[in-house]
Design a protein. Structure first.
Length: 201
């Protein structure tokens, strides 16, 4: 995380560094992002950046955390929504979409974080991914206790499916995702493809 010298900077200069870093990490995965480009766009010496952060990874993880703190303001509303887990997930997808539309650069930062293939980031990504899944896992366990979700399912597998579908919904469909389409997607996730009694063909 940032050194105290970073927080001692005037707000405008600190914000300028954050914005340039967000822009660079939104356009590139960690391994492709350029610290040199960030400092050049900020108009500061590269050596100065090391007075604020240990290295590029330190800056990167700080920006990822900023992105998730902003996203949390949106998705937290889903977990505060009364109802069963499927209503929570529908609202989660909806809030995630709103976040991506209102903060496109931060959304791209989070996407690039998940898509990074940097070997030395593997452990960090795994740890942070587990932390991001905590709220979901808690709701999943509650749904299992209520008899709503199959207890034989591996929570890790369930999280993988719902995370992958949510990411695809936003990245491939974006604003085209309406309530009817979202309900159909959740219906497939809830019941699968198996024919149901009395269902219209």
């Amino acid at each position: 995380m940032p050194k105290q010298t970073f927080f001692n900077l005037p707000f405008a200069k600190r914000r300028s560094i954050e914005e340039e870093a967000i822009r660079e990490f939104a356009e590139n995965t960690f391994e492709r992002a350029s610290l040199t480009k960030i400092v050049e766009n900020c108009g500061i010496a590269k050596g100065s950046m090391y007075q604020y952060f240990e290295d590029k990874l330190d800056l990167y993880l700080y920006i990822v955390e900023l992105a998730y703190e902003e996203k949390k303001k949106y998705v937290q509303r889903a977990f505060e929504t009364p109802g069963h887990i499927f209503e929570t997930l529908e609202e989660y997808y909806r809030q995630s979409l709103i976040f991506s539309l209102e903060h496109p650069a931060l959304h791209k930062v989070t996407n690039n974080f998940w898509d990074s293939r940097a070997g030395h980031l593997g452990e960090t990504i795994h740890r942070l991914r587990a932390a991001r899944a905590l709220d979901f896992t808690a709701h999943l366990r509650n749904a299992v206790d209520q008899g709503v979700v199959n207890p034989a399912l591996d929570p890790e597998a369930v999280f993988f499916v719902y995370h992958a579908v949510g990411k695809a919904l936003i990245d491939q469909f974006g604003e085209k995702v309406d309530s009817a389409f979202l309900s159909q997607v959740l219906d497939v996730l809830k019941y699968g493809l198996k024919a149901r009694k009395g269902a219209a063909l």
